[in-house]
Design a protein around this ligand. Structure first.
Ligand code: PAF
Length: 287
């Protein structure tokens, strides 16, 4: 018998999730998985809606994954409003929440990892060397446990999404990896659990991110093709607004290799610090 928290069924072990999924599949229903680290916001709910469009049963996993945080990162500070998260899931019609403990996810003696080599080298991988190995390892475990037809991830973490697609392809995983568009606040700020770290002033200043991405998109649509110039303009705008730019790049949307000229589809990707929050955003330049 699964416990219920905030109106939704909660599984704590892989065996509980598998038993649940096997039963759902035996009834002829499709399953969609939405992996999260909790602190759920409206952006996550758009992932749940995308999941629902592809399946009759939706699982949300909530696990703040220690393996994807560096030693000086915000693992301990990361928000964990678990009861609220469960209530939100219930409200959105989620069928099962999977919330394992770190000991269940990584039993004593754990020593196996999965790594997507090239896609994880640059961008966020440059500043967070072990991050993607932690992400791909935990997501592969979640996929193996959930027996889902599809798994849904947000495009805000664009590099993560590409790495997970590659992993599923390379390792013949039967679960289809789907991306969902970035959910934005009405003023344009990309929704993120880390936005709670921003002060009111920092939040206001951080709007420069979406504004400068939109400006870059408009410039390219008007014919601008000078990549270094576009990046310099973006970075200068973010720095002027008080941001500390981690990176700003224009890349091939699949390989994530930096582009020198804009003669094919391109995506602009940035990571910028405002106060304690490292904010990610990205946009199509040439679709
Ligand atoms: O995007 C996230 O929240 C996490 O990286 C994920 C995919 C849930 C893995 O821990």
């Amino acid at each position: 018998m699964l416990e219920r928290i905030g109106g939704v069924a909660v599984a704590r072990t892989p065996a509980q999730v598998r038993a649940w999924s096997q039963e759902v599949r035996a009834a002829g229903k499709r399953i969609a998985l939405v992996p999260t680290m909790g602190a759920l916001h409206a952006g996550h709910m758009t992932l749940v809606d995308t999941a629902r469009a592809h399946a009759e049963a939706v699982i949300v996993s909530i696990f703040v994954n220690p393996m994807q945080f560096g030693p000086k990162e915000d693992f301990s500070a990361y928000p964990r409003p678990f009861a609220d998260d469960c209530a939100r899931c219930a409200h959105q019609g989620v069928d099962l929440v999977y919330a394992p403990t770190p000991e269940t996810m990584y039993p004593r003696g754990f020593q196996s990892h999965v790594e997507v080599e090239q896609l994880t080298q640059g961008l966020c991988g440059a500043a967070r060397p072990a991050h993607f190995r932690g992400v791909t390892t935990v997501v592969l475990k979640l996929l193996n446990i959930a027996l889902a037809d599809v798994a849904v991830f947000g495009e805000k973490d664009y590099q993560q999404l590409q790495a997970l697609k590659r992993m599923a392809l390379d390792l013949d995983h039967p679960t289809r990896i789907l991306g969902a568009p970035i959910a934005r606040e009405p003023d344009g700020l990309a929704m993120s659990s880390r936005n709670v770290y921003l002060t009111a002033d920092e939040r206001q200043a951080a709007l420069v991110i979406v504004r400068s991405l939109r400006a870059a998109q408009a410039q390219v649509r008007a014919g601008e093709r000078d990549v270094p110039q576009l990046i310099a303009t973006l970075a200068a705008a973010m720095t002027k607004a008080g941001g500390r730019v981690d990176y700003a790049q224009i890349v091939d949307p699949q390989s994530l290799q930096p582009l020198e000229t804009l003669d094919r589809p391109a995506r602009v990707i940035v990571a910028t610090w405002f106060g304690r929050a490292r904010l990610l955003d990205n946009m199509d330049l040439l679709p």
